[in-house]
Design a protein around this ligand. Structure first.
Ligand code: GLA
Length: 384
């Protein structure tokens, strides 16, 4: 999927030369469901991405063509829809809708979108589409915003138009990714540190092929509501608590008897996950991958048992992975309820790892997992 071939597709369809932009998907190494509690996360931007190609029009129409769906929609920029349709076009439309609310009203344009981030797999295909649209349209409108501001626009779009109460991690990583680095992000201050990922250790992503979708909310929003209920109870004891970021495990345990078991467990996941992210960052700085891997495994168990956001297939992928030589750690990545696992694998063992996990998974489930060896990439921008 080269930017040049998508520019050619754009030219054939719209008869004009467009400028190409790209925005990556992301994989989260650790720190799941903590961004929405203003906690810590450690994702990396992927070399899987969405490419957007834009050329201006002289009217107020936005034509948006999706190569993946081989479908085109037309919007009147003066009368944008204000509700999701449950259609791929919700993602680009949501960004235009948010920009309009911020007073950014671009002139008409033709836009072609093409992506290779697998949909509904926990690798942030939606943020990658939103960011790819945002950077193209902002450049077309002649508006310069910082990367965190672009990320916030995309989060707002997802929350208020698409209907998923998702956090800042995905669009932020798509905007701010750094080649060969993971980002340790403080989702309260939005300060971040790029932590080098050495080339001897590969990020291997195993796709269970079980799809999930955050659009419209579903279980993702339900978990958020459970966490919110936990915060309310904690606030009765600790009035200064704003989110679970402000709570220690000890404080949470003191309130356990006031909480329904599910609420306690969801909260326990978030509070302990924040600690795991910081411990994993310390291990990464020391180059201690054994330790990093053990923390990943604890994080997986907590996603499975406390946050209840794993599924049998991703559990199986993790079990198969941790048995393989050279695998430091494995866990489910992203929103959960299906999707992918992230595995840290010593480069010299990667071939055997891929072969064995694929075979073991197919034998047990009759599903052929897709497995990607990915490297951490730079965030969104024009294609050079
Ligand atoms: C989805 C959301 C993110 C984050 C993860 C879970 O990817 O979009 O904001 O909450 O789930 O860590």
């Amino acid at each position: 999927m080269s930017a040049q071939s998508i520019q050619e597709t754009h030219h054939k369809r719209f008869g004009t030369q467009g400028i190409a932009y790209q925005a990556p998907g992301r994989v989260n190494l650790i720190g799941e469901h903590t961004d929405t509690s203003e906690g810590f996360v450690m994702p990396a931007a992927l070399d899987l991405r969405t490419i957007s190609v834009l050329s201006p029009r002289s009217d107020t129409t936005a034509n948006i063509y999706s190569v993946n769906f081989d479908e085109q929609i037309s919007l009147d920029l003066q009368h944008l829809p204000s509700r999701r349709r449950g259609h791929w076009s919700d993602y680009p439309t949501s960004v235009l809708w948010t920009l309009e609310q911020r007073g950014i009203r671009p002139a008409g344009f033709d836009l072609t979108l093409s992506g290779n981030v697998p949909l509904g797999s926990g690798l942030s295909s939606s943020a990658s589409v939103e960011v790819a649209v945002a950077v193209a349209v902002l450049a077309h409108a002649g508006t310069t915003l910082t990367k965190p501001e672009i990320a916030k626009i995309c989060q707002f779009s997802e929350n208020n138009f698409v209907g998923a109460q998702s956090g800042i991690m995905d669009p932020f990583t798509s905007c701010c990714g750094v080649e060969n680095h993971a980002l340790l992000i403080d989702c309260r201050s939005l300060e971040y540190e790029a932590l080098p990922l050495p080339s001897e250790v590969l990020l291997v992503i195993c796709n269970s092929m079980v799809k999930h979708s955050l659009a419209g909310g579903g279980e993702y929003n339900q978990r958020r509501a459970e966490v919110q209920a936990g915060v309310k109870i904690l606030q009765q004891h600790y009035p200064d608590v704003h989110t679970l970021r402000d709570v220690t495990e000890e404080q949470l345990r003191r309130c356990e008897s006031d909480m329904a078991e599910d609420i306690f467990r969801r909260s326990l996941h978030v509070v302990t996950e924040d600690e795991r992210v910081l411990a994993a960052a310390a291990a990464l700085r020391r180059g201690d991958f054994e330790k990093f891997g053990l923390i990943m495994h604890d994080a997986h168990i907590s996603m499975r048992d406390n946050y209840a956001a794993s599924c049998l297939e991703t559990d199986l992928l993790v079990e198969l992975a941790v048995r393989q030589p050279g695998c430091f750690g494995a866990r489910i990545t992203g929103g959960g309820f299906g999707g992918c696992t992230i595995n840290l694998v010593a480069a010299e063992h990667a071939d055997g790892f891929v072969r064995n996990v694929r075979a073991g998974y197919e034998e047990a489930t009759a599903i052929q997992a897709e497995i990607y060896r990915s490297c951490a990439s730079d965030g969104a921008g024009p294609v050079a």
